[in-house]
Structures are given as structure tokens and as C-alpha cells.
Write a protein that binds this ligand. Structure first.
Ligand code: NDP
Length: 307
């Protein structure tokens, strides 16, 4: 059976950065792309906050560049999804696409997290054209316009206050009669004059035309309907880390994110490292994911050298 020295799972900024570093360290990494090659960035438009791209870069282009850089140093990139992983003994045992078996001396998990969406057809229709799950990434495109944020947690409050600094008016669409966010975040929201919290409202439909989102149809719990005019519709109803494969094998936190030791990438199983959004419920940026991919590569290299 094939034995891989460094197996990298996931092809976002964390996975590719880990690949670039381990490949340059002569560790012959093999990277499995997973079901969404390139990760979440392939669903965004222009990325303007990744250093080194002064004119911005399209998300898919940036991921293609990272991939090329990883390949340049000898990373073997494979199409396929891991369907079973046994971390109980080393080398670790892996099954790809339900059939191909292989072994790995070390693993870097960079499977990311997925934003939750409401599930409306109009949401899919306007994704990237006004519908976004990342205010930090896309808020800039809606400067001086009116936007809406869905959700009542810390992320929604943070995104709403961030958007309020750029946009004219920010609606927060909250399904409960209260916010779930911490008191401090709530106070920031209530003290920001251009945020309007619409409690007990849900989204019936996102409205738009060829130019993108133009509004949303909201429903109140008393049955009344309201139409708001907006150019951007931001989802902030949570993320779910892609850790199903490792449940019961690695220590996860209450939300399912992989726990790591201190500022390292070391998981509860020796030889298994985690990088990017799969271990980070807070920052979730391409640059922080890339940084943690580098940390994982260096931790992995040290682990392999010390054996
Ligand atoms: P949360 O799970 O805390 O909040 C999700 C919000 O979205 C809730 O208000 C929830 O409503 C709402 N929601 C969920 N599904 C739907 C739906 N289908 N329709 C409408 N509304 C919906 O997620 P967050 O991303 O806000 O936070 C995740 C974790 O990260 C938390 O522990 C949070 O504290 C932490 N965090 C901390 C930050 C900080 O400290 N600076 C910043 C960001 C996050 P309901 O309340 O009704 O369930």
C-alpha cells in the first residue's frame, strides 16, 4: 500500500500554504483537493485584502496561483475526497472516494468551514452578486449603499458594525426578539446610529435583477410583510467546520472545530495537524488561514524530523 509522508487534506489557502512549505522542505506532500477545489475563496469575487495583490485579485485566480506555486515545488495534487480516516495508529490509514486505500505518516487537515445559508433559491441565484457570507471580504463593494445582515450572534453584530462604517444603512434581520451576541457586541450595535435591528423578522425572498440584489422581502412573526431596498445581503448565521470525518478521533470543541495546542497546529493525535478555518471560528480570513498553513507545515516538519 502506498505510504505518503505528508498528506494534506483541503485546497484552500491553508492547504496550499502547507503544501508550499512542506514541498520546499523536501517532504513530498500529497494534497487531496476535496469536494470544493480551491475552497471558499472560489465563491468570492475580488479579494482586495490579501497582501501582495495591490490591484486585488479574483478569488479563483488567487487559488489557481497558490496551486501553481505548490506544484512548482513538487506537491502532488490529487482530485478526490477522503471518505474514511483511521487515526488510531501510525501510519494513519486512509480511504479515498470509498475505494483507494493509503497510509500517511503525518496529516495536515485543512478542510475548512462552510458558511451556513438560509436555503432560499434567490440566495443561490445572487451569490457573488450581492449575496455574501463575508462582510470583511465583500463589504467594501457596498460603500455608501444600504445592506442587510442576517443573524443575531457575535458574527452578525461584528459584521453589521463593520458594514456600518462603510455603508449608508445596515439592517440586521434577527428572527428572535433578542440578540444572542455578547452584551458588549450588542451595545456596539445599539450605539451605532446607522444600524437598524429588525427583531422577529425572517427573509422570505431576496429580490434582484440583472445588476444583482436590489432588495429583500421580510416577514414578521405577526404575519406582516415588509420590503427593504438593499444592494448587499450578508449571511452571518454561523459556519460549520468540515470535521465530520474526524469526529470521535480528534478532540473537537463544542461547535466541532478541531482543538489545537496553544498557538501551534498540533491536534490531540500526534502527527496530525490542523490549519485554517477548520480550527478557527474567529478570524476566518484567507491570510490567517495561509498563516496557519505555514505553522502546520513547520510543526509537521519538526515532528517528522524528531521521530
Ligand atoms: P451563532 O451560532 O452564535 O449565531 C448564529 C445567529 O444566526 C443566531 O442569532 C441565530 O439565531 C441565527 N440563525 C441561525 N440560523 C438561522 C436561520 N436559518 N435564519 C435566521 N437566523 C438564523 O454564530 P456566530 O457565527 O455569530 O458565532 C459563532 C461563535 O463564534 C460563537 O461562539 C461566537 O460567540 C463566536 N464569535 C466571537 C466573536 C468575538 O468574540 N469577537 C466574533 C464572532 C464570533 P437564534 O439566536 O435564533 O438561534
Amino acid at each position: 500500500m502506498e505510504t505518503i509522508k505528508v498528506l494534506i487534506i483541503g485546497s484552500g489557502p491553508a492547504g496550499y500554504t502547507a503544501a508550499i512549505y512542506t514541498a520546499r522542505a523536501n517532504l513530498s506532500p500529497v494534497l487531496y483537493e476535496g469536494i470544493e477545489p480551491g475552497g471558499q475563496l472560489t465563491t468570492t469575487t475580488t479579494v482586495e485584502n490579501f497582501p501582495g495583490y495591490p490591484d486585488g485579485v479574483d478569488g479563483p485566480q488567487m487559488m489557481a496561483d497558490m496551486r501553481r506555486q505548490a506544484e512548482r515545488f513538487g506537491t502532488e495534487i490529487r482530485t478526490g475526497t477522503l471518505t474514511r480516516v483511521d487515526l488510531s495508529s501510525r501510519p494513519f490509514h486512509i480511504v479515498v472516494d470509498g475505494e483507494k486505500e493509503l497510509q500517511a505518516e503525518s496529516i495536515i487537515i485543512a478542510t475548512g468551514a462552510s458558511a451556513k445559508y438560509l436555503g432560499l433559491p434567490s440566495e443561490t441565484q445572487f451569490r457573488g452578486q450581492g449575496v455574501s457570507a463575508c462582510a470583511t471580504c465583500d463589504g467594501f463593494f457596498y460603500r455608501k449603499r444600504d445592506v442587510a445582515v442576517v443573524g443575531g450572534g457575535d458574527t452578525a453584530c461584528e459584521e453589521a458594525t463593520y458594514l456600518a462604517s462603510l455603508c449608508k444603512h445596515v439592517y440586521m434581520i434577527v428572527r428572535k426578539p433578542y440578540l444572542r451576541a455578547s452584551k458588549a457586541m450588542q451595545e456596539r450595535v445599539f450605539n451605532t446610529p446607522n444600524i437598524e435591528v429588525l427583531f422577529e423578522h425572517t427573509t422570505g425572498e431576496i429580490l434582484g435583477d440583472g445588476s444583482g440584489v436590489t432588495g429583500a422581502l421580510l416577514r414578521k412573526t405577526d404575519g406582516s410583510e415588509r420590503r427593504i431596498e438593499i444592494a448587499g445581503f450578508f449571511l452571518a448565521i454561523g459556519h460549520h467546520p468540515n470535521t465530520e470525518l474526524f469526529a470521535d478521533q480528534l478532540e473537537l470543541d463544542a461547535e466541532g472545530y478541531i482543538k489545537v495546542e496553544g498557538g501551534s497546529s498540533r491536534t490531540s493525535v500526534e502527527g496530525v495537524f490542523a490549519a485554517g478555518d477548520v480550527r478557527d471560528p474567529h478570524y476566518r480570513q484567507a491570510i490567517t488561514a495561509a498563516g496557519s498553513g505555514c505553522v502546520a507545515a513547520l510543526d509537521c516538519e519538526r515532528f517528522l524530523l524528531a521521530r
